[in-house]
Design a protein. Sequence first.
Length: 318
Amino acid sequence: MFNTFDYINPSIHAAARRYSTVLNKLKLCLTRDHRRRPSQLLSPDEEQIKTIYSALTISDLWKRLGDALGGIEAKPDLLYLSTVLLPLIESLLVVNKFTDASSTEFIDFTPAHSKILNTMVRNNPLLMSGSFAVLVRNSSMLNFENKRSFFFSVSCTPARPVAAAQPHYPTINLNVRRARVFEDLYHVFLRETGDEIKYGKLNGKFYDEQGVDAGGVTREWFGVLARQMFNPGYALCQPQAADPLTYQPNKASALVWILDNYTDCIINLTFSVEGDEFGVTDVVDLIPNGRNGPVTNKTRHDYVHRIAVERLSFGIRV
């Protein structure tokens, strides 16, 4: 088969077979070390790999591999031949993980062969959690489908030790009253653990209503739940006093005005901010005794910074 495919250099074909063994050893070495060391610092083995990689002149290998992939891409009916070069690609990417992210070879190689790399990831999504994880450095070359799959694999897969088996989470059956969705769901979820709620399948229906949940019923009670969460009677959320329905005041515009136009004689500001907690007005000091500390032209930048931190960090805490 390869004798008729002129684009693949025989030396690369032989290297692919050799690199399959090298790749397995690299993965074994790094996996064993990560089990032992959860630290973000490079392990001795990783440092050695980085040193060896930096000392090698393998730009020609990147080029030859690129030429081979380019030949495969030029003949779509031969795309399956890329699996022969997969061990070599994986080995280079695994080692490149511990090098500078702006490596010229890596930056040039990944977008030039994004089509075939995306095909490999689509056919084997587990690559993104292994040797192909380095592609996140140049995420623009990944197509949307692969980005979405990677996002869900990271956000929806429970963290567990490398050697542990994938835990099984049972289906949570939800039979709730439409008028009391929030209360009923609260009592159901109270019996479950956080991981069971997050990773288990939800099978919902409304009490005394016929219907089989194929996604529609569950979606409906999510909508009902979202509306009930904002019920003022639960005191979980509160509307803005400026507009209790939809619009929010743009506080940033006032801060910009302070930076550009503020003078001591125009307005009387102090290092404090007023808040409304369910009808009770409270004054929060941005600095010790800030309600008695005036904001001056010299300290206005510090005031704006502290206001931003208060509103974006502390003001939204539960």
